[in-house]
Design a protein around this ligand. Sequence first.
Ligand code: CP
Ligand code: NVA
Length: 290
Amino acid sequence: MLSDAIDRKAARKGMPKGAADKDAPLAGRVLALVFEKNSTRTRVSFDIAMRQLGGSVLFVEAGSSQLDRGESIADTARVLSRMVDGIMLRTDDHSRIEEMARHSFVPIINGLTKRSHPCQIVADLLTLVEHGKALPGLEIAWFGDGNNVLHSILEAAGLFKFNVRVAVPSGFEPEAEFVEKARAGGSSVIITSDAEAAALGADVLVTDTWISMGQTDAEEKRAAMKSFQVNASLMRKAKPDAVFLHCLPAHVGDEVSEDVFESEQSIVFDEAENRIHAQKSILLWAFGLL
Ligand code: CP
Ligand code: NVA
């Protein structure tokens, strides 16, 4: 997926963003984008990715569909599978995407659940490779909340053999199953509440919002997260050529200070743009064309 994304990105350099790649490999295919939660990057990047691959999309917003009135995921999957060639779902409970996959006979893509956000991590790894980082042995340090994005980083760690230092307050650790999976794949995973120790000599510093979509325990959680902000003093502990990643949207002043967010080391907008190039390879893989 990563090498295909790099090749396709290079091959269309200079073309208008809405123009299709020369081979238009998904011509005639339509992808449904089903959103039960908000999105900017995921919705736009999947739409543009499908246009560049020669296909098209349609949006199904939960609030204006029968999902909001209680139609089951199973029936929605059975209906949509007859009408479209693939489905991307962004939802809250992971069980809903599993349910959709069980009842669908077209590919289902996870556009974020509260358990994981895999498409984001394909873009993140692509961005690191483009910035000259070799993934095996890379030291990635995560700060703040042990959330869906961290889970997907841990899933990738074992596959690509990079190491993860997780600096989180007690009670906000990632689920053990993701840590075990990374370790079983040969990665070193350290869980600590010492942010400086996690940053020391790291190649990549990553964080995410302290309060994810659908979470309500805001004040208590924000208080617990305060000493895990990625700021200039934390960045100085990392390698001099370390980079900063954030899936966005960012809450500057909370999980990241403005000086780090706006610094040369911050590659968050390359990361956001790469959502398009990553989605294209994910789609080709899902359609059995990679
Ligand atoms: N990073 C990301 O998934 O952004 P959106 O919520 O805007 O899609
Ligand atoms: N952890 C965040 C990621 C948003 C892209 C959330 O789930 O809201």
